[in-house]
Design a protein around this ligand. Structure first.
Ligand code: UDP
Ligand code: MG
Length: 313
């Protein structure tokens, strides 16, 4: 029997928590009863610095329900860091940990399939969405574009897998050695390797409350994914530089020929255009460089990625 920890990051989730705790208690209870999970298994709720009653609720459930544990982060550190905090806590007590969202959009009925694959020897089990019907057209197409771009840039991602996954203690120990501040877990986990499996499931609508991932956060998350895992944008700049240089040499030849054949016109337009074009390209390139330098800056500081204020067991 394995000690299974569910790790559930929560940010302002007071509206969904009661139902989530209820459903997960039933699920975990039945897994314990059928002998898949040991009675020491827990649901570990990570309060990601919520401003509402989320932590008070978790404390309350912890008092009355032996299966509920909690971790309170001192600040809002974002989904990925909250998840990491939970996984690193679970690693101390569990044989394996499964990460899932508080809104139960990920189908909890497949939880035992994760554990069974773990017991069959997988160190990582990816939850993969069978279809994306509940998503808007916009979200579906941007998600697809994102996977394409990542693939082009040489980043190994599991298609249609988000953060619904099981990791064994061994995999979690390995994850702990990835010290980066710009966290993009679904990119790091495939790098760890080990034997992996997949579980397919259907994703539901969020049943209460609203998404804590507005478009702005989604875009910055996607860009983070790219710049944390690929230096190809830097190479693209270099290629762009070569291209522009070649073009400018051709332009220079053209200008010289015009000059010697006596066709030279006072080229105000050309000058202005080239100033703007080159200025634009340079700014773009500097911006991309700045993105990476910003990351180096953050990594070099090596600040703690989360601080746990309180832990309930
Ligand atoms: N979340 C978090 N910190 C944040 C934002 C979100 O811990 O800063 C949690 C949130 O409580 C939920 C999970 O991350 O459990 C996924 O968020 P959400 O369901 O809002 O995202 P969506 O499903 O809309 O992409
Ligand atoms: Mg959600």
């Amino acid at each position: 029997m394995s000690i299974v920890y569910f790790v559930i990051p929560c940010y302002n989730e007071e509206q969904v928590l009661p139902e989530t705790v209820k459903r997960l208690t039933v699920k975990l209870g039945s897994m314990i009863e059928s002998g898949i999970a040991s009675p020491e298994s827990r649901m570990l709720f990570v309060d990601d610095g919520s401003r509402d009653k989320t932590w008070e609720l978790i404390e309350g459930y912890h008092r009355e329900n032996p299966l509920v544990g909690g971790v309170k982060l001192a600040h809002n550190r974002g989904h990925q860091n909250a998840l990491l905090a939970g996984l690193m806590t679970a690693r101390k007590y569990a044989d394996c940990a499964i990460s899932l969202d508080a809104d139960l959009q990920d189908d909890i009925e497949v939880l035992d399939q994760f554990v069974r694959q773990f017991q069959d020897g997988c160190d990582v089990v990816y939850g993969v969405r069978s279809k994306r019907e509940t998503d808007t057209f916009f979200k579906r197409s941007t998600a697809l574009a994102f996977y394409r771009v990542m693939k082009m840039l040489g980043v190994d991602l599991v298609y249609n897998h988000a953060d619904y996954r099981l990791m064994s203690r061994r995999a979690l120990d390995a994850l702990a050695d990835y010290r980066e501040t710009n966290l993009f877990l679904r990119g790091i986990v495939p790098l760890i390797g080990f034997r992996s499996g997949t579980v397919t499931y259907e994703r539901h609508e969020r049943f209460a409350g609203e998404s804590k991932y507005p478009l702005k956060k989604m875009i910055s998350f996607a860009l983070d994914g790219i710049t944390s895992f690929s230096v190809k944008p830097l190479k693209i700049i270099a290629n762009l530089g070569v291209l522009v240089s070649v073009l400018s040499i051709l332009g220079l030849l053209y200008a010289l020929i015009s000059y010697f054949t006596g066709n030279a016109v006072a080229g105000w337009t050309a000058i202005v255009c080239s100033i703007w074009l080159l200025g634009g390209i340079q700014l773009l390139c500097i911006g991309v460089l700045g993105g990476y330098i910003g990351k180096i800056y953050n990594e070099v500081k090596d600040r703690p990625r989360y601080l746990i204020e309180e832990e309930l067991r």
